[in-house]
Design a protein around this ligand. Sequence first.
Ligand SMILES: NC(=O)c1ccc[n+]([C@@H]2O[C@H](COP(=O)([O-])OP(=O)(O)OC[C@H]3O[C@@H](n4cnc5c(N)ncnc54)[C@H](O)[C@@H]3O)[C@@H](O)[C@H]2O)c1
Ligand SMILES: N[C@@H](CCC=O)C(=O)O
Length: 515
Amino acid sequence: MAMPYKHEPFTDFTVAENRQAFSEALKKVEEEFGKDYDLIVNGKRIQTQEKIISINPANKAQVIGRTSKANREIAEQAVKAAANAFDSWRKWDVEARADILFRAAAIVRRRKHEFSAYLVKEAGKPWSEADADTAEAIDFMEYYGRQMLELKDGKPVKSREMEINRYFYTPLGVTVVIPPWNFAFAIMCGTTVAPLVTGNTVLLKPASATPIIAAKFVEVLEEAGVPQGVINYIPGDGAEIGDYLVDHPQVSLISFTGSREVGTHLYERAAKVQNGQIHLKRVIAEMGGKDTIVVDKESDLDLAAKAIIISAFGFSGQKCSAGSRVVAHQDVYDTVLEKTVKLTKEIKVGDPANPENFMGPVIDQKAYDKIMSYIELGKEEGRLVTGGTGDDAKGYFITPTVFADVDPRSRIMQEEIFGPVVAFTKAKDFDNALEIANNTEYGLTGAVISNNREHIQKAVHDFHVGNLYINRHCTGAIVGYHPFGGFKMSGTDSKAGGPDYLILHMQAKTVSEMF
Ligand SMILES: NC(=O)c1ccc[n+]([C@@H]2O[C@H](COP(=O)([O-])OP(=O)(O)OC[C@H]3O[C@@H](n4cnc5c(N)ncnc54)[C@H](O)[C@@H]3O)[C@@H](O)[C@H]2O)c1
Ligand SMILES: N[C@@H](CCC=O)C(=O)O
């Protein structure tokens, strides 16, 4: 029997041995750089001429690896393989499927620093962010394995004399998994193992910036015992094979995490019933955020400044949960701004392989250019207080940036920037602060820093976000503790890492038998 679930502890990098072990892992993974990775369809390796080249965003000259690139023909083979494998996989004992997740978690735990080192190099994550990403991947496997054991017999329903009734869950079928690059291990892993453990078969199309970590994970799944055709690894162009897979009549479930733009596009496409399609597709779409930290008049302002720094600049603001807007009560606005700016100026930016650096690069040239253009816009829409500079000569580095006195309706207060930029605005009272906090189309995370219980109560009911945090930062949800997902245009509120998540990957069946 599985031990009760507990989240994976984070590595304490103040301990010399841990620092040493992590440095060695960084060196070890470097020795593998530049390798070619094949597609995996029905357990077979496939090589293509065309490649996706994954580079280190802190050092553009460094190639992490190259993957073959799936085209539509290969995508079609993968759908067929997954559809064939479904018939046997769906009938596997639930315990056997859960054991595969537990075994995969054990393999990753043994190679924890190696996976985190890949995240440092391929995704540009600082050590502690990479370590948390790997821990979250382990958590997803441990948690979903246990959740499935709880769900295996379904839920109780009433029976009557001479009539026995049962109610249980069955899988949906072929699942297309489309994860983002920013939680290159955790989200890719969680969105892959949830359909697997529920008995679905998977086509994994990783994000093009981070395909190598996904290739490594698929190898782990194979080692853990996932049969041929049940997991298929098919990196490729989003528009080319992504649309093809989403449209495919044999696909039953699409699990997408990424931008609002792509998510809404896929949601719409999946709704269209194609020739030969005999079911409605289900879509899980977790999308962007424009997350607000409200600072109340009665609050600990040092705590507020620290919460803002972690939320806005952790992983260079490249989290859907990033706190990119601060709404502060007019009486404390100047003080919290000043404290935040002081802490921001202490942040070290540079190669995340060096643990001294709190902030690494942003992911690629496109992201760099987009963020820098928002910084230019911010100079028109507000007052630049600190930061605002970038350097893309070697890697994609941007300084942590704070704008003050910004109109809550301005673009930098409304649009997801996905970089190290935070904008401050003033509220006249707490009600006004909540009104501003709710005035975007997103509804993912939010934080309230307040010592006023009445205000906290009000926020619990009126702050319209999927994940609300009181007196702490608005990032860093932990599997099994803070089920994660957003309201409004942030998505379908699937609550990854929560007790309702697996059910989204299944359909309930009622069997009623007369005796
Ligand atoms: N809500 C959440 O849980 C959550 C978590 C992480 C990231 N995000 C969001 O993700 C975004 C950043 O990630 P990103 O840049 O990878 O997002 P993105 O939307 O650009 O890409 C996400 C995935 O979709 C694929 N894709 C692109 N076009 C496609 C198409 N036409 N068909 C099928 N697939 C296609 C990409 O290759 C990638 O794998 C941000 O908006 C962030 O807020 C949300
Ligand atoms: N679950 C992560 C965010 C995922 C999106 O980027 C957090 O809670 O910070």
